[in-house]
Design a protein around this ligand. Sequence first.
Ligand code: 0PR
Length: 383
Amino acid sequence: MRTKGLNRKAVLAELAKAREQDLKYADGRILCSMCTEPHPMAKKAQQLFSSSNLGDPGLFPGSQRLEKEVIKNLAALLNGENCAGFLVSGGTEANLLALLAARNRANVSNPEVVLPESAHFSLTKACKLLGLKAVQASLDDSFRVDVSSVEQHINKHTVAIVGTAGTSELGAVDPIGKLSEIALSHGVYLHVDAAFGGLIIPFLKDAGEDEAAFDFRLEGVQSITVDPHKMGLTTIPAGGILFRDHAILDYLRTETPYLTEDCQHTFVGTRPGGSAAAAWAVFQTLGREGFEKTVKHCIGLTRLLASELKTLGFTLVAEPTLNIVAFRGSDTNMLSEKLRGRGWLVSYVPRLDCIRLVVMPHLKRRHVAAFLEDLKTIKGESF
Ligand code: 0PR
């Protein structure tokens, strides 16, 4: 640390320099991220609540009320009548809390969790941290978890099975209805990772798309991860974990003897009230209609991209379910490098040998058109 402090102007100039190095969502070049430019009201709200700590809610009852209202909004969206839940640091912490609750509830020796091959790596991290054996279930031809594979892996050590509503690589939605039936018949905990899809799928019906049931209407679903800092247009950090009912919280409880509340249920102690305020502000400003419009925009552009990619002779890994397109050509890894060389931030997925494009709200039609033009040029160069 420097001995003498700098003046504000100098500090701001240094910050501006660093900010300049960062990529901007608004430039429409980021096609590999599940985050996006936050709504202006989210930024404003986060600033207003920058000193608030949800970890000591007796000092910040207003912030706690906003967190509770955000959780209530998410629960209503996911058809959970008696949900308990928290805003946490992200999908990773949300998934960790779900598996912790499942492990403690089952209280068996050598605990195991059945994870789809397509599960996000945060679930593998959680298993490592919690001493759980991760057992992989295979996928079907449409990259959704094979329900019979899940069922085959359930045994007396299984504490949870997991389904994903919007996989990170392809946006596939696992057959949660069938997983729910299995969970009920084996008396095992079902967690749904809807970190990405949880704020898309509920709006698809209104956007003219099919809505696959994945939420608390399914009796076997015990918890859902749903992240406002992905499709919720809010500031980072804002993950969400919802539990079917308050009873599950007993498995997460840690005493906090000298704070304004006597226990906590999250991993993170000091939690940003600004995140609750920001998510709340977005929900209030956009309302259901605003979210529907955003989802419609993203899905429309996804469909456009998918059909243009096919016209250009590329193969889609799967028809997109949500706002992710994955495609491949003759040398896909090389193609992804060439695209990055032209300033397009795309991800290459080695497991599937494909390029993955996440069509987030910051992408506009003109960006997609420019991307396709560059793709055409690169393709032309290779022949
Ligand atoms: N579950 C699913 C289905 C996810 O896609 C992710 C992250 C998580 C859980 C974990 O969430 P947190 O990262 O909030 O803890 N999905 C993105 C991914 O791995 C995260 C991300 C976002 C990565 C933006 C890069 C980026 O620029 O792709």
